[in-house]
Design a protein around this ligand. Structure first.
Ligand SMILES: [Zn+2]
Length: 488
């Protein structure tokens, strides 16, 4: 078969089956360099899901009020907490498929940070549509309703009594003291408390669930889940004990290996090499296309997943395992990234590092989610699913797409950008640390955010103007264009 046709077929199969996305990293305070709890995530969606950053202030509600989520209405609480979150498209584009009521990730006024991550299961649950929650609904409900990560676990439990989540989904919930991961499969859920650090890459990973408390009610739920799995003949043990991951999904299926296992193992092995994990280490993982990484397949064969001859966001000509191309951590559908440092000694000094578009070719800039001392610039609040020059996300995304679309002509510019960006990010870290040390840290924090944000826009615009080649077409490489583009 013609090579190009083969890639096209592979791509069509991939586009149909593998809609699951995002990569999440959580680090407990004992394993981070600063003693802060860390939570990082790449948000991956359809390529035109432009992101905005929203701030929702605290709000009181009357008894009996409902809240309208993505699909359904549920009873509102008397008070919702303030939070910052990444959201797809602004509210003027509610009719678009990419628009979301909920958030993919965010931090609230108590320093509770949440990130979700899609998963897959052999089980397909068809529940009553009037009970269906969107996976992003749950992230926002936790941000609005919970003061701790543990409360987030209890909220998921409460929601799943009455409702179900549209797809299998994993929630990583962090606060100043601890991190919980809740893996949900429609109406079932299990959880673990993160003891060291964890990675999620669209596959269930909980082997032995932790019970949130010893009240017995969670034991009963686990027994119900085990009974269900035994009835379906899917009950699997690891080391003589019930394994959630091996029971609820086809853990080593061909799809899971090339799509998820490679990301999961890369992230884990990279972080294991570090004695104490820092924001910088998480950035490196979230920016990776597996450059210099050799992956060992379960049968012992080794592959190089990265192909330096093609643009990194074009996954097709990269390593192919059993006819399935691998997908990288930063890839064509990454639309944003977040790394949160939750300061356990003074939660007000927590920092949310935000990045729009693809992590490898953009900046993490600092927001101080608890101080909430600055009005967000308009360009962070505007995002249509078409290019708009007033939208910060589109400014960043256009830069990446133009560089990818004119890949070979701009190799030098690309590496010059990365070197300059890395230097500037170091300066941002210094500014943040100085601001938080100062007596006037509230005022200094807002100044720092505005200064860094301005620097990012200027730098990206300066480099966009230097790109050589066709600057009219900004459709994303390897998604809308033909495969000829990828073979360049
Ligand atoms: Zn990238």
């Amino acid at each position: 078969m013609n090579k190009r046709l083969l890639f096209l077929l592979i791509f069509l199969v991939l586009s149909f089956f593998y809609v699951f996305s995002c990569t999440t990293i959580a680090v407990s305070k004992g394993f981070s360099k600063t003693g802060d709890v860390l939570l990082g995530k790449n948000r991956d969606l359809s390529p035109d899901s432009a992101q905005i950053l929203i701030f929702k202030p605290e709000k009181k509600y009357k008894k009996g009020e409902n809240v309208k989520l993505q699909f359904i209405e549920i009873p509102q609480v008397s008070l919702t907490y303030s939070f910052y979150g990444f959201k797809s498209l602004d509210d003027e584009h509610k009719n678009r498929e990419e628009w979301r009521w909920g958030n993919g990730m965010g931090v609230n006024e108590f320093g509770v940070a949440v990130a979700d991550n899609d998963a897959a299961s052999w089980w397909k649950y068809e529940g009553d549509e009037s009970k269906k929650l969107h996976d992003n609904d749950v992230v926002r409900l936790i941000l609005e309703r919970c003061k701790t990560a543990y409360e987030g676990v209890l909220l998921i439990d409460k929601l799943l009594k009455d409702y179900f989540i549209e797809i299998p989904e994993m929630y990583t919930i962090a606060d100043k003291n601890e991190v919980w991961i809740v893996e949900t499969c429609y109406k079932f859920w299990v959880a673990i408390r993160v003891k060291t650090f964890e990675v999620r890459a669209n596959r269930f990973e909980i082997k032995y669930p932790d019970l949130p408390d010893n009240s017995g009610r969670f034991n009963l739920k686990l027994e119900k889940l085990i009974k269900f799995l035994k009835e379906k003949k899917r009950y699997v043990e690891e080391g003589g004990k019930f394994s959630f991951r091996k029971s609820m999904c086809d853990y080593f299926s061909k799809e899971n290996i090339h799509y998820n296992d490679i990301r999961y193992n890369f992230a884990l092995s990279t972080l294991k090499k570090v004695k104490k994990i820092s924001v910088k280490d998480i950035k490196e993982v979230l920016r990776s296309h597996f450059e210099n990484y050799v992956y060992t397949l379960p049968d012992g064969k080794k592959i190089l997943p990265f192909n330096p001859l093609s643009p990194p966001h074009c996954q097709i000509p990269g390593a192919v395992i059993e006819e399935n191309p691998t997908r990288t951590i930063c890839y064509s559908k990454t639309v944003g990234s977040m790394i949160v440092e939750i300061d356990g000694r003074n939660v007000e000094k927590s920092v949310m590092w935000c990045l729009f578009s693809k992590p490898c070719l953009n900046f993490y800039f600092p927001i101080f989610p608890i101080l909430n001392s600055v009005e967000l610039p308009e360009s962070l609040k505007i995002a249509d699913s078409k290019f708009s020059s007033g939208s910060f996300w589109w400014i960043c995304e256009r830069f990446v797409r133009l560089l990818d679309n004119n890949y070979k002509k701009n190799l030098l510019l690309r590496s010059k950008f990365i070197r300059g960006r890395n230097k500037i990010e170091k300066i941002f870290e210094k500014r943040v640390s100085n601001a938080l040390k100062s007596r006037n840290f509230r005022r200094r924090a807002s100044e720092t955010f505005l200064r860094c944000f301005k620097d990012v826009i200027n730098f990206v615009k300066k480099f966009t103007s230097k790109i050589k080649g066709d600057k009219r077409d900004i459709s994303p490489v390897c998604t809308k264009k033909s495969f000829e583009t990828c073979d360049r």
